[in-house]
Design a protein around this ligand. Structure first.
Ligand code: ACO
Length: 326
């Protein structure tokens, strides 16, 4: 059996730090509310005009290529997951591929909201396990500041910008890499989490701009309930069918949307918080980028053979968990 393993991680977050203090001068909010309800202290924002998601994705992938020393000509594919593409078309992945100078690869965007990196990792793993591809770059990148309304206190504190990339490679070593996954999409999510305009149903117009319809809308309480239930259940299912429990799970790597959601997942698995990767305090919710950014931040703590559970939930609703052996 051919297995798919992560052989390197690259990451990028913009320099600009938007902290709760600055945010509280923009909308009626405060550090205490944001820290107790969500657990975010600051987030990074890509403020330079004319730069989008591909800029951050390219930075993360460049670092990945440098760190691994892989020959760009040997990369077979690049899969980029984002909900904040540079343009309606072409794909952001094609822009990143061009900037990286990958000459023997094909590239596509994969839309899976906050679960997108996990979907992309699974697709890439299957492409490798088929034997047809050997090296795939998988990127999660989002410029959430481009869809967040900084006049809406119920959403503007939650999100940040960032990107991270992993190199997934074929190996004949057994019992390693992407081991198992469980994903579901629950089509009931649309009313609770969406942008109303800018797509084919309601293309950009003066009306849509005047009515601020291009911004992310979220009914937070409902999304919160679904996120806690689904991420906890998905982790429990993946753990059970792979004989994983608190005695042999090294880390759970959850999507970083709300500290209370993360704590609920840990509680369900009966795991202490030191076995949960958390960086929400510094980056907020970077959508498709949260899980690879958490890996990037914690790479030095990972040891060969560590059992990891990844889990995410997002717009759609999309949700799931996967089992990765480091
Ligand atoms: N500062 C101060 N007060 C606020 C703020 C703020 N930033 N935001 C909301 N409030 C107020 C509300 O107006 C409300 O006031 P009211 O009672 O007078 O009406 C009160 O706080 C409570 O609001 P809730 O929305 O009920 O607060 P809740 O405890 O649910 O927290 C939150 C809101 C943080 C959004 C939470 O519901 C949540 O995390 N939801 C899930 C987010 C998520 O997981 N998203 C999925 C991924 S995102 C993606 O896919 C792109």
């Amino acid at each position: 059996r051919i297995n798919a393993v992560i052989t390197g991680i690259g990451g990028y977050v913009p320099d600009y730090v938007l902290n709760n203090e600055e945010l509280s001068r923009m909308v009626d909010t405060n550090d205490e509310w944001i820290m107790t309800r969500v657990g975010i202290k600051e987030r990074r924002i890509l403020t330079e005009e004319g730069l989008g998601t591909s800029y951050m994705a390219r930075k993360a992938a460049k670092q990945l290529l440098r760190k691994t020393g892989v020959d760009p000509d040997t990369i077979d594919a690049l899969i980029l997951s984002t909900s904040t593409a540079d343009y309606q078309f072409p794909s952001t992945a094609s822009i990143v591929l061009g900037k990286l100078g990958l000459r023997n690869a094909f590239a596509f965007d994969l839309w899976g909201a906050c679960c997108g990196f996990l979907y992309a990792l699974d697709v890439a793993a299957n492409m490798i396990q088929s034997g047809r591809h050997k090296k795939i770059i998988v990127i999660g990148a989002d410029k959430m500041s481009s869809v967040v309304d900084y006049k809406d206190r119920s959403t503007c504190a939650l999100f940040g910008d960032g990107a991270a990339a992993v190199l997934l490679e074929a190996t004949t070593e057994q019992n390693i890499g992407v081991m198992d996954s469980y994903f579901r999409t629950d089509g009931k999510g649309l009313p609770f989490l969406h942008t109303k305009a800018g797509g084919s149903v309601c293309p950009a117009s003066h009306f849509s701009v005047d009515h601020r319809l291009h911004y992310l809308f979220q009914e937070g309480r409902t999304v919160f309930r679904y996120a806690v239930t689904n991420m906890s259940d998905d982790c429990a299912l993946i753990a059970e069918r792979n004989n994983l429990d608190k005695t042999n799970i090294a880390y759970v790597v959850p999507h970083q949307a709300n500290m209370r959601i993360i704590e609920a997942v840990a509680k369900r698995l009966d795991l202490p918080m030191e076995n949960v990767m958390v960086n929400i305090e510094h980056y907020g919710n970077t959508s498709a980028a949260t899980i690879p950014l958490a890996l990037w931040d914690n790479e030095k703590n990972l040891k060969k053979g560590d059992n990891l559970i990844f889990t995410a939930f997002g717009a759609g609703f999309v949700h799931g968990a996967s089992y990765y052996k480091w």
